[in-house]
Design a protein around this ligand. Sequence first.
Ligand code: SF4
Length: 96
Amino acid sequence: MSPGRSLRRIVKDATGQDVYKCQACYDCDTSHENEMDIPLASLIQMVLQNDEEALQCRTLWSDSVLEASRRACKRGLDLHAVMTVLREESERRSGK
Ligand code: SF4
């Protein structure tokens, strides 16, 4: 366990994906709004701000969104990898 590591750092270490590259264009291609409480773009921005609420949002835990996230980013970020690591981090913090 590495207390103090930011969510951005955790994602980067595990996946090589740097959410800093997110341009907040809000063009993420997802069509599951009914399963989302926040847009994927907001989820990525929350990770960038180390906002732990990102780990609790419905969007993160939607399997439909997770599947759609593979090709969602228009700027080349692998959002599927990011979401998978965030789920793992959430489970680790809750002791599962
Ligand atoms: S499409 Fe990619 S760069 Fe644009 S807001 Fe979504 S995650 Fe960020």
